[in-house]
Design a protein around this ligand. Structure first.
Ligand SMILES: NC(=O)c1ccc[n+]([C@@H]2O[C@H](COP(=O)([O-])OP(=O)(O)OC[C@H]3O[C@@H](n4cnc5c(N)ncnc54)[C@H](OP(=O)(O)O)[C@@H]3O)[C@@H](O)[C@H]2O)c1
Length: 390
C-alpha cells in the first residue's frame, strides 16, 4: 500500500497507545492522516483531538456519556458517530486504509473483526482480540488477505526478526518481559500490594489495565496466547525471559542456532510507527538508542511460582477453544475489581484460575459463543469477589 496520505482509523485515540499513535501521525509530514478517532469516556480529550487532527469521523463509543456531551464546537468537517455499532460501521468505510485497534479489553474485538472482514490492514494493539478469538481471526484474515501487523513491542520485534528467515526455519521465539514492579518481591509480600504500587511500571507508561497485567505477569500470559495464533507457533516454541531494561523486545531463534532480536528504547511510538507505515520505515518522533553511554542487558528466567499467570497463559495457548476468552474476560473483570479495591492483588490470578477450571470447554466456539462466554466469565468473577472471604 503506497497511497499517500495513508488514512488511519485510530480506535481508542484517547488511550496510551492512541495518544502515541497521534504523536506518530503528527510527525509523519502528511504521510499518515487520522481519518477517524474514537473514545469511550474521555470525551473532552476526544474533542481536543478533533481540533488538532480534523478527522472525517469522530466516534464516541459510549452512548450514555456521549448523548449528554455538548458537541457543538467540533470542526464542521467532522461527522460525530455515537450510536451503537459506530466503530464497526466506520472501520468499513472505503476511505479507511489502516485500522489501529487500540481499545482496551474484549471491547476491541467486534471492531477488529469488522475491520478484517472489510479487508483493512490492521495495526493490532488490542491483544485481547487474538487471545479471545485467535483461530477465527487468523482464518478471517487469511480469507480476506489482510495483513495483521502487531503493535505489542514484543510481537513487533518477533514480526521484524521473522523477516530474517522462512516460517519453517523458525525454531522458536523468546518473549522478553520487564518483570514489572514486583520482579524482586517475595511471594508473601505480594499479598500487601496496593493499587498505587501496581500502577507504577518500571519501564513503560501504559493504561491501567495493562499496567496491572504487567505486575501480575498476566500481560505476558496474554502475549504467549497472542504469539501462538499470530505466528502459528506451538506453545512449546514460545519462551519467556525476564529482561528488566526493556530494550531487547524479543528474539527469534532459527533452526541453525542464529538468534535475531529487535532493540529500541522502551517507547511504543516505535512499534506503532512500524505498524502504521508497514512495509516502509520512516524517521519518527521516538527517542533513539544512545550508543555513546555504557549499558548492560540482563536476562533471567521467569519465576513461575511467584507469577502463576504464566502457566495459565501456556494452558490457554495449548488448549485453545474457549480457554483464551475465559482467561481474558476473567482477568479483565478481576483487574477491574482490584482497581475498585474489591479484590486483592494476589487474588487476581487465583480468581482467573478458578473461573477457567469451572468453565465448560468448547474446542471450536463461534464468535457469538465467545461473546457469551466472555459475559459468563465476568459474572463468575463478580460472584468470586462477592463470596471470597476477606
Ligand atoms: N499502553 C501500551 O504501552 C500497550 C503496549 C502493548 C499493547 N497494548 C494494548 O493496547 C490496548 C490499549 O492499551 P492502552 O494502554 O492504550 O489502554 P488505555 O490507555 O486504557 O486506553 C484504552 C482506550 O480504549 C477506549 N475504551 C475503553 N473502554 C472502551 C469500550 N468499552 N469501548 C470502546 N473503547 C473503549 C478508551 O477510551 P476512553 O479513554 O475515552 O475511556 C481509550 O481510548 C490494550 O489492548 C493493550 O493491551 C498497550
Amino acid at each position: 500500500m503506497n497511497k499517500l496520505p495513508r488514512n488511519i482509523a485510530v480506535l481508542g485515540s484517547t488511550g496510551s497507545i492512541g495518544q502515541s499513535a497521534l504523536a506518530v501521525i503528527a510527525a509523519s509530514n502528511g504521510r499518515l492522516r487520522a481519518i477517524a478517532l474514537s473514545a469511550h469516556n474521555r470525551l473532552e480529550a476526544l474533542e481536543a483531538q478533533s481540533h488538532k487532527f480534523h478527522p472525517r469521523w469522530l466516534i464516541a463509543s459510549n452512548p450514555d456519556t456521549s448523548k449528554a456531551y455538548d458537541w457543538s464546537t467540533i470542526p464542521d468537517e467532522c461527522e460525530l458517530v455515537w450510536r451503537e455499532g459506530g466503530l464497526e460501521r466506520i472501520v468499513r468505510e472505503e476511505e479507511v486504509d489502516v485500522v489501529l485497534t487500540a481499545i482496551v479489553g474484549s471491547a476491541g474485538l467486534a471492531a477488529t473483526w469488522a475491520a478484517i472482514d472489510a479487508g483493512k490492514q490492521i495495526a493490532l494493539a488490542n491483544k485481547e482480540s487474538l487471545v479471545i478469538a485467535g483461530p477465527l481471526i487468523m482464518d478471517l484474515a487469511k480469507q480476506r488477505r489482510v495483513s495483521i501487523i502487531p503493535v505489542d513491542s514484543e510481537h513487533s520485534a518477533v514480526f521484524q526478526a521473522m523477516a530474517s528467515g522462512r516460517q519453517k526455519e523458525v525454531a522458536g521465539i523468546v518473549l522478553t518481559a520487564s518483570g514489572g514492579p514486583f520482579r524482586n518481591r517475595l511471594l508473601d509480600e505480594l499479598a500487601t500490594v496496593t493499587v498505587e504500587e501496581a500502577l507504577v511500571h518500571p519501564t513503560w507508561n501504559m493504561g491501567k489495565k495493562i499496567t496491572v497485567d504487567s505486575a501480575t505477569m498476566m500481560n505476558k500470559a496474554l502475549e504467549i496466547i497472542e504469539a501462538r495464533w499470530l505466528f502459528d507457533l506451538t506453545p512449546e516454541q514460545i519462551r519467556v525471559v525476564i529482561h528488566p531494561q526493556s530494550i531487547v523486545h524479543s528474539f527469534v531463534e532459527f533452526i541453525d542456532g542464529s538468534v535475531i532480536a529487535q532493540l529500541s528504547p522502551p517507547d511504543m511510538k516505535i512499534p506503532i510507527q512500524y505498524a502504521l507505515n508497514y512495509p516502509y520505515r520512516h524517521a519518527g518522533p521516538a527517542e533513539r538508542m544512545d550508543w555513546t553511554s555504557r549499558m548492560a542487558f540482563d536476562f533471567e528466567p521467569a519465576d513461575w511460582d511467584r507469577f502463576p499467570a504464566l502457566a495459565l497463559g501456556y494452558e490457554a495457548a495449548r488448549r485453545g477453544g474457549t480457554t483464551g476468552a475465559v482467561l481474558s474476560a476473567a482477568n479483565e473483570a478481576a483487574v477491574s475489581a482490584f482497581l475498585r479495591r474489591r479484590l486483592r492483588f494476589h487474588e487476581i490470578v487465583p480468581a482467573c484460575q478458578s473461573v477457567l477450571l469451572a468453565h465448560t470447554f468448547d474446542a471450536n466456539p463461534t464468535l457469538d459463543e465467545l461473546f457469551q462466554i466472555d459475559r459468563w466469565a465476568r459474572e463468575e468473577i463478580d460472584h468470586w469477589v462477592c463470596t471470597s472471604s476477606r
